[in-house]
Design a protein around this ligand. Structure first.
Ligand code: NDP
Ligand SMILES: N[C@@H](C=O)C(=O)O
Length: 269
């Protein structure tokens, strides 16, 4: 199965498309001819993204304001698509949040929000839309995991665990849906220059120049290429691919030594 320029009215649903990587997925899917349904928790931000993409690509773009960490978020979104008779051919589960803190220290509401957004809602969206896609015999699901899926490190315990869950989930459902014409890909980036960790623009520019970070445009291009060529997973960036098998080999005492010494770990303490 491959996707080129589309002529029918298939829809791509992208969560968290008001900014960063999700916005780039939305633009690039519009460039491929998909109509879009884009969702975020910021009414003005998602409406602005929709207006810009509509103007640039001339496709139909519907912005939807939803808190995807809410209890029935996935079911609501699925029902909305049914009511609007949207033929969702591509589902991009991208919405995400980040915090850096110890599990025992952080406000429990932040933990709950991350678990609901990354795990509960994403899983149920895969369930509902995966079911329709398999009935139709065609579809694509892209789940945003992360290189941190292989990095059970202090400060990112919940984030890394949820991204590891998404990596595993994606691989399993890929094999459940493959013979029904549905492709599932986990995208596992290292650092991408977005607002996710509130890194200043100056440091982002430096990290981009040093090749430590990737632009969201480039990441989205690589993610979609992997999705439409039916790959199970992509870890964009050579250095990231080299680091992945090494991350789990770092001994606990070294991890704890870095934690004690690292300046970034002391911020906000
Ligand atoms: N940046 C990076 O280095 C990496 C990012 N990733 C993953 O990529 C994905 C996108 O992140 P990125 O683009 O960097 O970050 P951004 O902060 O730029 O984008 C996050 C998106 O998620 C949306 N979102 C957050 N909370 C909710 C919510 N409760 N309901 C609905 N939408 C929500 C935000 O919308 P709004 O604020 O408008 O609600 C925003 O559109 C995330 O899943 C992240 O974990 C993975 C690896 C590396
Ligand atoms: N930088 C990424 C981890 O490796 C992320 O934010 O997920």
């Amino acid at each position: 199965m491959s996707s080129s320029e589309r002529t029918d009215r298939a829809t791509a649903l992208i969560t968290g498309a008001s900014s960063g990587i999700g916005y780039q997925y939305a633009r690039q899917l519009a460039a491929r001819g998909y109509d879009l349904l884009i969702v975020s928790n910021d009414a003005e931000g998602i409406a602005n993204s929709a207006a810009e993409i509509r103007k640039q690509y001339g496709v139909r773009v519907s912005p939807l304001y939803r808190d995807l960490s809410a209890e029935n978020a996935a079911e609501d979104l699925y029902r909305y698509c049914e009511d609007e008779r949207l033929d969702v051919e591509v589902l991009v589960n991208n919405a995400g949040v980040f915090f850096f803190d110890d599990l025992a220290r952080v406000d429990s509401r932040r933990i709950e929000l991350m678990l609901r957004l990354h795990v509960r809602t994403t899983t149920l969206l895969c369930h509902y839309f995966g079911r329709s896609m398999q009935a139709r015999g065609r579809g694509y699901i892209l789940n945003m995991s992360s290189m941190s899926a292989w990095m059970p490190f202090p400060g990112i315990s919940v984030y890394a665990a949820t991204k590891s869950y998404l990596r595993t989930l994606s691989l399993a459902i890929r094999n459940e849906l493959y013979d029904r014409g549905v492709r599932v890909t986990a995208v596992c980036p290292g650092a991408v220059a977005t607002g996710l960790y509130n890194l200043s623009e100056r440091y982002q520019r430096l990290a981009l120049r040093l090749g430590i970070m990737m632009t969201p445009e480039r990441l989205a291009r690589k993610g979609l290429r992997a999705l439409f060529s039916g790959r199970r997973r992509t870890v964009p960036g050579f250095v990231n691919r080299v680091f992945v098998p090494l991350a789990g080999l770092i001994p606990g005492p070294i991890v704890r030594l870095i934690k004690r010494k690292a300046k970034f770990y002391r911020y906000g303490r």
